[in-house]
Design a binder for this molecule. Structure first.
Ligand SMILES: [Zn+2]
Length: 259
């Protein structure tokens, strides 16, 4: 059985970036600098749970000499300064994966106060230049809507991982698939009408297909998101991750049906 979403598979993806001479950069690097390279990948990770998976993924990238962005939730299982520091020390960008509209149950004033507090906790560990919304399919709020009333630049933030991007092909592992299915809140808002990229994503049946896309020279710019919790080599961890994804996808189907 060819298992997908394993760390070995992730290594193949990293190998493809190197082999086909992609410049791999962090979100902050991409937003701050004018990149003129022919092939470029923005590499992002949302750390929702299972922090140790992020550490392992960071080490793999480090072995390949790659730097990427890791966004951490401010939650019991993920906000662990020593591990976050370890990832920062490998040269990766540390970002804040905020979910404050959810936490404040839609109250914007409360949400921005929580945002400011949690951001300051992260800034005790590392420099924080960018932020990224966490999308919980079960809540009715979209955390990035916070910025319809406030400006993240007032908090010394240069970019938001969804709102600050446009005209870029976005590939995400949400729902354990690279296609658009099951991505309830995980999309680039300015990209909604982008039929070309959508068509391309629908052809990706597995990570091997993404590796081929990187190798065939037709995808010069890509913005790739993974959730490290999903990528396990051990069979038990893999089965746990697989079962959880299938259960969440079923929940999303029900929600989409009800709505
Ligand atoms: Zn998330």
């Amino acid at each position: 059985m060819n298992r997908d979403f394993t760390l070995n598979k992730y290594r193949e993806l990293c190998k493809a970036f190197r082999k086909h001479r992609y410049t791999v950069c962090t979100v902050a690097d991409y937003l701050e600098n004018q990149h003129s390279e022919e092939n470029i990948v923005v590499l992002r990770h949302d750390v929702d749970r299972r922090l140790q998976h992020a550490v392992r993924m960071a080490e793999i990238e480090h072995d390949f000499g790659l730097r990427s962005s890791y966004y951490f939730r401010y939650s019991k299982s993920v906000f662990e300064p020593a591990s976050i520091q370890m990832i920062a020390n490998m040269g990766h960008e540390i970002g804040y994966h905020y979910e404050t509209l959810d936490k404040a149950k839609g109250n914007y004033e409360k949400a921005i106060t929580i945002f400011e507090n949690e951001l300051s906790k992260f800034r005790e560990i590392a420099e924080i230049k960018t932020i990224c919304m966490h999308g919980n399919p079960l809540t009715k709020w979209l955390n990035r809507d916070l910025w319809s009333r406030y400006d993240f630049k007032d908090f010394g933030i240069i970019g938001e991982a969804f709102l600050s991007f446009e005209d870029i092909a976005y590939f995400s592992d949400t729902g354990r698939t690279w296609a658009d299915k099951y991505k309830v809140k995980d999309y680039i808002p300015s990209d909604e009408a982008c039929g070309e990229d959508l068509k391309k994503r629908e052809t990706l049946k597995c990570t091997d297909d993404l590796v081929s896309l990187i190798g065939n020279g037709n995808q010069q710019t890509a913005y790739i998101l993974t959730h490290p919790e999903r990528w396990s080599n051990g069979i038990i961890g893999w089965i746990m991750g697989y079962s959880k994804d299938m259960a969440v996808n079923l929940g999303k189907k029900v929600i989409m049906f009800v709505r």
